[in-house]
Ligand binder design. Sequence first.
Ligand code: ATR
Length: 284
Amino acid sequence: MQSPLGFEMTDQYAVFGNPINHSKSPAIHRQFAEQTGQDLHYAKQLVAEDEFVTAAHTFFAQGGKGLNVTVPFKVDAFGFAQELTPRAQRAGAVNTLALQSNGKILGDNTDGIGMVHDMHNLGWDIGAKRVLVLGAGGAVRGILQPLLAEHPEKVVIANRTRSKAEELVAEFHDLGNLQALSFEDLVGKKFDIIVNGTSASLSGELPPLPADLLNAQACCYDMMYGAEPTVFLQWALDNGSAKIADGLGMLVGQAAEAFYLWRHIRPEVVPVITALRRQLNEKK
Ligand code: ATR
């Protein structure tokens, strides 16, 4: 964009959230920009709980090109967007806003595709697999469409409150083979991939899972990440999971998709994941 004096100004991006202090998004996008030679500035902004719409209007009115949106504003951002990608429409939540050439602000949700791309990078194949998704909140809603687009044999959503899993099945069943279960219903079932999308890991809790849920070669993925394996990933290791991964790759993957939407260039995720992992380990 041009400044009032006619100079070319660096394109401005930001992440809005509350809290925002520990956001890794500025560091991730800085690395993407360096890698791809893109001239952009990316800031983090703490936004008061009821101030999202005002802050987003101000950001774009001042020439901002794109925003990432994190907790607790993804549904506000869904309402704020003037146009939506099909996956954002399905997710009912937006984590990326982009000013388009037609002047309209597009809302996208790159969380699910970020996770699916991370699984591809890890060499995990989702096609024709039996997938169990734990949880039925906003995080799970955000991944269902990209997950089902991989054509798994079946996706079971198990949730503490089974009715919430059933609501998701009613909403997404046109996209693939979906079933809702409670945790107790899982006894005797086997899966190739389990994704933990509950917020239980945050408090170090584990959903009550039967010990023999995993097929040989099964892979377990936690959407949360940390310096140490989450309690779910520890459970996976203890119960014969062949491969495990936490959500650090998903974090970088969703950022890469946002970067692509804004700059039309696909950055390399692996060096950025490696650098973030090293930092996490150094802080241990
Ligand atoms: P998010 O945006 O992280 O998805 P959310 O919409 O509040 O957050 O959803 C949290 C999910 O984690 C829900 O599926 C919740 O189960 P309920 O629907 O029964 O509340 C699940 N969850 C949270 N703590 C849990 C725990 N200790 N054990 C099992 N599930 C848990």
